[in-house]
Design a protein around this ligand. Sequence first.
Ligand SMILES: Nc1nc2c(ncn2[C@@H]2O[C@H](COP(=O)(O)OP(=O)(O)O)[C@@H](O)[C@H]2O)c(=O)[nH]1
Ligand SMILES: [Mg+2]
Ligand SMILES: [Zn+2]
Length: 294
Amino acid sequence: MEQGRIIRSLSGFYDVDDGQKIVRCRAKGSFRQKKITPLVGDEVRFVPEGRIEEILPRRNRLTRPPVANVDQAVLVFAAIYPEPHPMLLERFLVMVRTQGIRPVICLNKWDQTRETEETLATSLAETYRRAGFDVLCTSTRTGEGIQELKERLSGRVSVLAGPSGVGKSSLLNALIPGVRLETGDLSEKIQRGKNTTRCAQLLRLEEEEGFVADTPGFTSLRLEDVTSETLSEAYPEFEPYKQTCYFPLCSHVSEPDCGVRRAVEAGQIVRERYEGYLALWRELKAEEQQETTK
Ligand SMILES: Nc1nc2c(ncn2[C@@H]2O[C@H](COP(=O)(O)OP(=O)(O)O)[C@@H](O)[C@H]2O)c(=O)[nH]1
Ligand SMILES: [Mg+2]
Ligand SMILES: [Zn+2]
């Protein structure tokens, strides 16, 4: 049996790269019964006739976009249009942290902003930088930030994620000489919900010795593998203040004498991040209560 990595998934077929060649495979029949779905990024054992026999243990996985075994996730939004979606960003950061994946925030189409003008994108950049995130402002039109993005991708396996139409495929076209990913006209995309990128695929960065996945866009994201009790683990900046909460199992929502809320008031924790935590905590709590009354 041979071993390789799934680099592309297209309606039931998987292209597996063993380092020398790419073999188009189907998944073994029993995967379907066991509800096992191979993902781009999976290390698999396969037979040369084109059948995946086994998926090796995953380091991590995301459901949206569907990938496994990535080091880093670059969440891409457009600066102005389509308008950035702060709670989608927040959800995505939680999912990424929960899976132990390094997050990078990329605000593309920065050419659409003006230096003097405050926009949602400029305030997001400022907020998330203050919260300690790596935030890049890029443009495939002017080339701004492309070199920085290249540096982040170097030597890592990354995935570009985000809504449709923000420029993920365009960024990869700018980054990787010779690839020509299909990009889409925006008005068509928004009006008809068109997704130019239909499949996830992993591309090799030759000089930088990394891999990067282009993925179809998504606009909603369900929180998985996280509960109201574990949510705060996705907020590493809360960590130093948790020890000063009066209640050992403090949820940092309404308990008295909460160290996290004190730190928010004192400006030591970025308020927008805490508000994001609160919104997601309430959502998880409501879901959990529904589960128990079912
Ligand atoms: N103004 C501007 N438009 C861009 C930029 N990057 C991509 N676009 C345009 O945005 C549209 C969507 O791009 P695409 O790469 O298909 O987005 P994807 O759906 O995220 O892969 C296309 O019309 C691109 O030409 C940019 O940096 N600035
Ligand atoms: Mg695309
Ligand atoms: Zn607390």
